[in-house]
Design a binder for this molecule. Structure first.
Ligand code: AMP
Length: 306
């Protein structure tokens, strides 16, 4: 086992123009894990309350997920309430209830400390830092964050950012973090904060990766049926990190493939509410869509006769 994720395991109430779900299974670490386990087993570091439904735990147990670092504390589970507009790129957080997350002290077991790939999914940056304190060797550490933490916990976030190799964040959050509207300039500002590699997720417009002087631009697959964008970013990160951990290769060339696998997983995740699509997804469907991505982006520079 070589991949660790810390993040939220949540009960999400989400409304989109296509329907509503009350207290469905969600959370940054949950979407990440559901996507990453198509490629590799992983260890989940998270907290749930004593109200967390057994059926959701059964789903986590049904995947190759090491749950020894999943703590169950007395109290209510983390809850998030969100609404998306007709333009699904526009999301509103209506409520964030941290609940047991405020009591959580992540504890990595001796085996989990040795994992070579670590993803700090969206969660309190103090907790992300506590995971880095416990890792052994020199794992590749990537992290995500969101406006909630950029505005409420920026000093802690900047401290954590200094200690990671890669940041995966969305376009608006990159601008907010860098305090710079231009993405190219923002990418340089953010990489000066710590991470050598920056991946900016741009919703239905795809993703951009920056490393040294390299830039890679991956499209998103044009989709006809999108029901719920929640967790698109986390399943993107899960597909990408799962692929990197499976192949054990963190070169920029392999990262590009990982980004396409991440885009594939995100494209499935948004087709249904909560984890419903990823629950029934097959590895074969992933490969078919990966090839579709390759065809969609391939072109040849045809020479024309003068
Ligand atoms: P995404 O749509 O990929 O940005 O992630 C949405 C998921 O993140 C939802 O399932 C939420 O439960 C979870 N989430 C929302 N707000 C937070 C927060 N402040 N910290 C950690 N996880 C959150």
């Amino acid at each position: 086992m070589s991949l660790t994720v810390i993040g939220t395991v949540a009960l999400d109430t989400v409304e989109t123009p296509f329907g509503k779900i009350e207290e469905g299974l969600g959370g940054s670490a949950t979407h990440f894990s559901a996507a990453a386990t198509f490629f590799t087993p992983l260890s989940l570091v998270a907290v749930i309350g004593d109200d967390f439904p057994e059926k959701h735990l059964e789903f986590l147990r049904s995947r190759p997920i090491n749950l020894e670092c999943l703590q169950r504390l007395p109290g209510r589970s983390f809850r998030w309430v969100g609404r998306y507009e007709h333009d699904l790129n526009v999301a509103h957080t209506l409520d964030t209830q941290l609940n047991v997350l405020t009591q959580f002290k992540p504890q990595l077991s001796p085996v989990v400390r040795k994992n070579r790939f670590v993803f700090l999914a969206n969660v309190d940056p103090e907790l992300q830092g506590k995971v880095i304190d416990q890792v052994e060797g020199e794992p590749l550490i990537a992290m995500d964050t969101m406006n909630f933490w950029i505005t409420s916990a920026k000093p802690a976030l900047l401290k954590t950012l200094k200690r990671v190799h890669m940041l995966v964040t969305n376009e608006a959050e990159a601008r907010l973090l860098a305090e710079e509207p231009n993405l190219l300039k923002a990418s340089r500002i953010i990489r000066r904060m710590g991470p050598q590699t920056l991946i900016i997720k741009r919703g239905e417009y795809g993703a951009l990766a920056f490393q040294e002087n390299e830039i890679f631009h991956a499209p998103a697959l044009p989709l006809e049926d999108i029901q719920d964008p929640t967790g698109a970013g986390d399943s993107f990160a899960g597909g990408m990190m799962g692929y990197l951990a499976q192949t054990g290769d963190a070169s920029f060339a392999n990262l590009k493939k990982g980004i396409i696998y991440g885009s594939v997983l995100a494209s499935f995740n948004v087709e249904k509410f909560s984890l419903e699509r990823l629950k029934v997804l097959t590895r074969e469907e992933i490969e078919v869509r990966y090839r579709q991505f390759c065809r969609m982006t391939h072109f040849e520079n045809v020479a024309h006769a003068a």
